[in-house]
Design a protein around this ligand. Structure first.
Ligand code: COA
Length: 143
């Protein structure tokens, strides 16, 4: 099923904060999300905010902060659609490479990023408390 993704609007931010509280070990508060949005982080959501993603573009580099889909909506293509939308937006704005950090034990996310052409650059030991982070990069050339 094709998933429609749109840029987040004002009323979506509390729902994004709710997803953060439910699924992130160190959740972004609504205030943090609003401040990030005010300073240029882009937030994208699926139609009913079953999932969201956020990405920050600085010059020709973008950093994916997060992609999160509620448990009962996973494996339906929402995460993929959000990633597609964020990468395409970055490319359209002249970004040359997209970076992200992912916990080294987060198999679903690593599989998603690898499937989408993100390559591991290096690992940051103990980045998430006792779990390391893999830094991954996708170079955007003619996508
Ligand atoms: C990672 C996450 C966003 C994937 O969202 P999703 O909507 O379930 O993903 P999709 O259905 O679009 O699947 C896209 C790809 O992700 C990978 N994937 C998703 N779930 C997976 C799983 N349980 N095991 C292995 N690979 C998985 C697959 O490569 C999949 O492609 P495929 O269906 O062709 O095999 C979701 O699992 C999630 O919200 N996890 C918790 C939050 C999180 O860890 N986010 C990443 C932070 S960096």
């Amino acid at each position: 099923m094709r998933q429609e993704i749109r840029q987040a609007e004002e009323q979506d931010y509390p729902k994004i904060a709710a997803l953060e509280r439910l699924y992130m070990s160190v959740p972004w508060s609504l205030d943090t999300i609003l401040a990030a949005a005010a300073y240029g982080t882009l937030f994208f959501v699926s139609e009913q905010v079953e999932g969201y993603g956020s990405i920050k573009l600085i010059e020709d580099i973008a950093e994916v902060n997060n992609i999160c889909v509620q448990t009962d909506s996973r494996k339906l293509g929402i995460g993929q659609a959000i990633l597609d939308c964020m990468v395409q937006t970055a490319f359209d704005k002249g970004v040359k490479k997209v970076l992200l950090e992912v916990a080294e034990n987060n198999r679903p996310a690593i599989a998603m990023y690898a499937k989408n052409g993100f390559l591991p650059l290096y690992t940051r030991p103990n980045y998430y408390h006792s779990v390391g982070a893999i830094v991954m990069q996708k170079v955007l050339v003619g996508i």
